[in-house]
Design a protein around this ligand. Structure first.
Ligand code: GLA
Length: 733
């Protein structure tokens, strides 16, 4: 067996003069790679922590020995993670391990394997961060040009992993605006499967840069081996699974290289985005819980905190903002127990007031005709209602009908030759974030709002256009292909600056709904708007898919009006509430149009939600029955870490008499604990038979409870063909 031969410890940095098997370990999992000095860096194992005995014999058991970071040139067949044209025009690269070092971070150990080309002073650091308290391993590379002249990178993945054949299934999310996060599960066949995005600005309307591999057959929620992967990037990405004649599905993930060839100057280092891996033998549920724990602790702004219950003005009043309406909405949400009001689009613009979507973007000054007392006046009003105040911005965008565009036409992304196309409203363009002046401008938009209104609690940051008219007026002619990459570097730079100055500000990432649910941006945002589609039925599907990778406190879910503005569907108020309560609850209505009875029902539901908010937003998710499986229903539950409490959700997705509805077996509870069952948001004339009754966790998980398939009600408000149940389980000692 190859062994680590020597190590030199230098002030927290361990440099191994020679090493072979490198173990990258989290509490329950490890990745093992072979990295003998002067040799190739080869993948050996990823799974549960190995015993010493198995470790000793591992290399004889048959391991992939695939290159961890395959490069193009010596071998030209198959897929590669890195493709380089060296300064002399040569297209081949050959990397060997030069050194291995480790460094300790507060909650993680970082391992850096430095690789050098055998002919050129060209280096790649393959880096790993293994967390000590969550089962997540992050990998990325640092590509360094020490040649005398620039080299060109035409592919630059963050990493790759081989996955052994054997009825492997891929789970990923696909969709479109208003239908985000659709769950796709398919067996991996031979050929190339590519998931990618080319929008330039928003990257999660179509597919997501996150996947799960079920290693032992059709995906199951509670059992089965799963490898999950998330590319933490806000821009264009490409995930590929190559299945050819060998024994492995080769998975690659990185920035999409299309139209993005990158000239790496001498001494420049190109750092690829983090690619995070998790492994679980508790099925998809286990992998999701690993993602959620990691997200809350390390990848989501203020991730271990619960979120406020808010009313957003968009679906209620659109751009028809004025002081009186805002005050009325604030009063209404406060009276229902809400904690925050968010004024959406329509509040800004002077010469070009934002009365429609043709104008105003870029002019982030208050429209004094609508709001004579400015944002400060609204914050004071919110304060008098006992709630907080937030507002909407779309700072990366500009309308050609704006003072900003008149002053800085050179700041927009625009082809250098052809006639330009415009987006929303026929006038929307994207600001060129590769330009540091634009970055400063955007930082200053937030900084000015915050300086003038230090009590502002929340910002909804929207982005409603793709990169059109590829072209930067800032980047030199020979670096136009850097635009997509530089845009996202610029965006992250702005986010870093904002977060350094305003760490406690709550920020929502929105991009025409759920176009920006990605782990590249999440470290700077507390949550994202899951979809502009707020129809409760479709939201069950959208939120279900999104929950594979994102925790509930990141997923903004709002009660909206009926008929739904997108689908015209009329779901019951209870149903809309019961769906929204399974995420970060909010409202998206004009409460003026609600009856007192409806408001009263919302008031009670908000009070109930406050009781289950910690377990929903910070608890462990157990998905029970999928809406995608055709049972005409869906169900999931959240369980607190100490298993003393749970919130159970059950939604009928279609009502049929004598339907074959499964009895609801719960999951994640402590079999030995006893739980009292209490129904929330009850509408039926009579209590459930088990209301207030006590059951063991064992009984609830093994035998479960029946859910009456419809509501038996007299109240006209609640008579409908939409059925749902929310149960609160509390430990009875
Ligand atoms: C986008 C968002 C909506 C709303 C509008 C405002 O569509 O997704 O939630 O903020 O912009 O113009």
């Amino acid at each position: 067996m190859k062994k680590i031969i020597a190590s030199i410890i230098m002030a927290g940095l361990a440099v191994f003069a020679a090493s072979a098997q490198i173990r990258i370990a989290t509490p329950n999992t490890e990745m093992i790679i072979d990295g003998e000095l002067g040799g190739d860096l080869c993948f050996m194992y990823y799974g549960n922590i190995l015993s010493d005995t198995d470790m000793e014999s591992l290399s004889t058991a048959g391991v992939p020995w695939n290159d961890v970071y395959p490069v193009y040139g010596i071998w030209t067949d198959g897929e590669r993670a890195l493709e380089v044209t060296h300064s002399d025009g040569n297209l081949s690269t050959c990397l060997k391990v030069e050194s291995v070092s480790t460094r300790q971070e507060p909650s993680a150990k970082v391992t850096v394997i430095r690789m050098k080309d055998t002919a050129y002073p060209f280096y790649v650091n393959v880096c790993y961060r293994a967390y000590e308290d969550v089962d997540m391993i992050e990998t990325w590379t640092e590509i360094e040009n020490r040649e005398k002249k620039p080299v060109k990178l035409t592919r630059f993945d963050s990493g790759s992993i081989p996955i052994r054949y054997g009825n492997v299934w891929l789970t990923h999310l696909a969709g479109s605006a208003n239908n985000e996060g659709r769950l796709i599960q398919e067996p991996l066949e031979r050929g190339m499967l590519v998931l990618r995005n080319k929008d330039g600005v928003r990257n999660t309307h179509t597919d997501h840069p996150e996947v799960m591999f079920s290693l032992d057959g059709k995906p199951l929620e509670h059992t089965g081996q799963v490898i999950g992967a998330a590319l933490c990037y806000s821009g264009n990405y490409e995930l590929r699974v190559h299945t050819h004649g060998g024994s492995y599905h080769e998975f690659y993930a990185g920035i999409n290289p299309d139209n993005s060839a990158y000239t790496l100057e001498p001494k420049e280092i190109f750092t690829t985005p983090v690619l995070a891996f998790t492994y679980s033998d508790e099925g998809h549920g286990g992998a999701s819980r690993n993602f959620h724990r990691w997200a809350r602790k390390y990848k989501l702004a203020n991730g271990t905190q619960t979120r406020k219950i808010l009313l957003n003005s968009w679906e209620g009043v659109g751009v028809h903002i004025n002081e009186e309406v805002m005050d009325q909405m604030m009063g209404d949400i406060a009276s229902m127990g809400g904690e925050l009001f968010v004024m959406d689009d329509g509040w800004f613009g002077d010469k070009y007031p934002r009365n429609n979507d043709r104008q105003g973007l870029g002019d982030w000054c208050v429209d004094k005709t609508k709001l004579p007392n400015g944002v400060q006046g609204l914050i004071s009003a919110a304060d008098s209602h006992g709630i907080k105040f937030g507002l909407w911005i779309e700072p990366e965008m500009v309308n050609t009908e704006s003072e900003l565009y008149e002053k800085h036409p050179d700041w927009v992304i625009k082809g250098l030759v052809h006639e330009t196309k415009h987006g929303r409203g026929g006038t929307q363009m994207v600001l060129d974030l590769s330009n540091p002046e634009v970055q400063d401008f955007i930082f200053n938009v937030v900084d000015k709002i915050m300086t003038e209104n230090p009590d502002l609690d929340y910002i909804k940051w929207d982005a409603n256009a793709s990169v059109m008219n590829h072209g930067s007026q800032y980047l030199p002619k020979d670096k136009q292909s850097h635009l997509f990459i530089e845009y996202h570097r610029g965006l992250i730079n702005v986010c870093e600056r904002i977060r350094a100055k305003y760490p406690k500000l709550t920020m929502q990432s929105c991009a025409t709904g759920g176009g920006r649910a990605n782990y590249g941006l999440m470290p700077y945002f507390d949550e994202f708007w899951v979809s502009d589609n707020s129809d409760a039925l479709q939201r069950i599907h959208i939120q279900w898919g999104t929950s594979y990778f994102y925790p509930a406190n990141a997923m903004a879910a709002h009660i909206s009006a009926v008929p739904n503005w997108i689908l015209d569907r009329r779901t019951s108020l209870k149903y809309r509430i019961d769906v929204a309560m399974s995420g970060r609850l909010g409202m998206e209505v004009q409460p003026k149009h609600m009856t007192e009875e409806e408001k009263d029902f919302c008031r009670k539901a908000i009070a109930e939600y406050k009781k289950i908010r910690p377990v929903v937003q910070l608890g462990d998710l157990y998905r029970l029955v999928s809406p995608y499986e055709g049972h005409n229903m869906a169900s999931l539950m959240y369980v607190s870490e100490d298993k003393s409490e749970a919130a159970f959700f059950w939604w009928k997705t279609e009502l049929m008499w004598s339907d074959l509805v499964p009895r609801m077996k719960m999951a994640g509870l402590d079999p030995d604990k006893k739980y009292v069952v209490h129904e929330l948001n009850r509408v039926d004339n009579d209590e459930l038979d088990y209301e207030g009754k006590t059951f063991t966790g064992k009984f609830l998980m093994e035998y479960g409870l029946e859910m009456p398939f419809k509501h038996w009600v007299d109240s006209e408000l609640h008579r409908s063909d939409w059925t749902s149940r929310v149960l609160h389980l509390t430990e009875c000692k």
